[in-house]
Ligand binder design. Structure first.
Ligand SMILES: [Zn+2]
Length: 122
């Protein structure tokens, strides 16, 4: 769920200034990936392995991405560099998305007030 910004009591000037700041700090992040990095531990097929007594194998890290309801993409992140790249990519997406959501809420409030929303000037 998106974070809800409380904007109704803010002045139109304050909204426009925050909008300008968001537009300045939100270049499209080139490495962005909308996904999650998940940690998993598992058991193997060897009957006498310690993993069946609680010492599970892992952690293993996977990137999981929901493309549509019921359509998940998932793959193993094999190396620490691969895992770090995935974390950086998902963080970049989330930060960008949070800023875009805030911009959307500001524009909604400006539209509600009958203010123009197509400009980027305060
Ligand atoms: Zn095992």
């Amino acid at each position: 769920m998106a974070r809800v910004h409380l904007l109704r009591r803010k002045s139109t000037l304050a909204l426009r200034q925050r909008k300008l700041a968001l537009l300045r700090m939100l270049p499209l992040p080139p490495q962005a990936i909308r996904a999650s990095v998940v940690e998993r531990f598992g058991t193997c097929g060897k009957a006498n392995c310690a993993c069946h007594q609680g010492q599970k194998h892992g952690p293993y890290y996977y990137l999981t991405q929901c493309l549509a309801p019921g359509r998940m993409q998932k793959f193993l992140l094999k190396t620490p560099a691969h895992q770090q790249a995935a974390r950086a990519a998902t963080s970049a997406f989330n930060e960008f998305y949070d800023g875009l959501e805030e911009l959307s809420q500001i524009n909604t409030e400006l539209l509600r007030r009958g203010e123009p929303i197509d400009g980027s000037k305060p």
